[in-house]
Design a protein around this ligand. Sequence first.
Ligand code: GDP
Ligand code: NAG
Ligand code: MG
Length: 382
Amino acid sequence: MNTTSRYILLILGILFSLHWILSLTHEEYSRVTSIDSIASHFRGGTAAEKHPVPEEYLELNSGTLSYNRKANATFVVLARNSDLENTVRSIRRMEDRFNRVHRYPYVILNEVPFTDEFKKRVSNVITSSVEFGLIPKEHWFQPDWIDEEKATAGRKKLEEEGVIYGGSVSYRNMCRFNSGFFFRHPLMLKYRWYWRIEPDIHYHCDVNFDPFLFLEDHNKIYGFTISMYEFEKTIPTLWGHVRDFMKLHPEYIAEDNAMGFMSENNGETYNLCHFWSNFEIADMDFWRGPAYTAFFEYLDKQGGFYYERWGDAPVHSIAAAIFAKKDQIHFFDEIGYEHNPYTHCPKKEESWERGRCGCDRGRSFDYDGYSCLSKWDRLMEG
Ligand SMILES: Nc1nc2c(ncn2[C@@H]2O[C@H](COP(=O)(O)OP(=O)(O)O)[C@@H](O)[C@H]2O)c(=O)[nH]1
Ligand SMILES: *[C@@H]1O[C@H](CO)[C@@H](O)[C@H](O)[C@H]1NC(C)=O
Ligand SMILES: [Mg+2]
């Protein structure tokens, strides 16, 4: 063997060992380089290609199916007074990209009253109507029956472990409110559909169809743009409770559901995949229905919103994936969306052009190693 081949062998050896060590020690690295996510990137049969919003919904002419029709729907924004600038920015973007044509109303909620300045600045960028609501105390604050010592210990532990918002009580209030209460707010009761907006999110494309009408006409209940893995430390006992609930209430489990998105072994363990709930277009009648009502009450009683740090994203996602059929959940490739630090940019070039999107398709989160979209594709192919 000459010196060159020996060098090549040595280098290959080092590379393989490095890959092996990184795969073992860095979950994220092994995800990025997993066969599943690499294969998915090149696959033709992705949800984006197979399930586009049909032509007849696109607002190209007056023959469109959404022409002269409106859904029973509202935008919902949860914000603090200190979120004023970012709330104005988000709503302004939504108005420009979608709502100045559709004129859906807004409901903006807070656990303390909004200032006059907040209301004035926000109202000024809205072409439709807006209502500002105060969240009832029982829907927001930590309930009395929570063992505060245990909750304090749980926060301390997550904080020490460096988990984001690990030590925050207000973040926990917010997650529990978004999980079980926003759709019961008096201002929300008169609507069926909602589109959630957060302060400082971006809409990168014209949304030139009505997503509410599309979902309603196709008997769907939930739409998403970004999915990803949850931090396991925030939900160590959640899946155990989900399994217990499914044993107690097999009658709520839908046939042909999306369990395959969240579990590699038919529900035995959770792979941490969930829809990123800062973007949601969904049917509140689903959250208000018997399955989700029982599910939320069951989870709430376990105290994990406070003892751990359960997010509304896994809670909503798990429920949608178990209590609805998989084809009642929709991935909106056409909607270019960004919430720091991730962006979904339409995969289909045609959609990107038609939406006059400003985002870079090459930097879309879809097939990033931390995204779960390849698992969604896998489910929708099967
Ligand atoms: N009224 C109110 N809104 C909150 C509070 N904490 C978070 N939010 C809102 O809840 C949503 C999620 O919070 P955010 O800070 O964006 O969390 P992240 O997206 O998970 O980093 C945003 O709409 C915030 O404005 C709070 O204490 N009070
Ligand atoms: C809108 O939906 C809500 C919730 O399902 C319902 O109570 C209300 O009657 C609906 N309004 C209209 C105009 O259909
Ligand atoms: Mg946010």
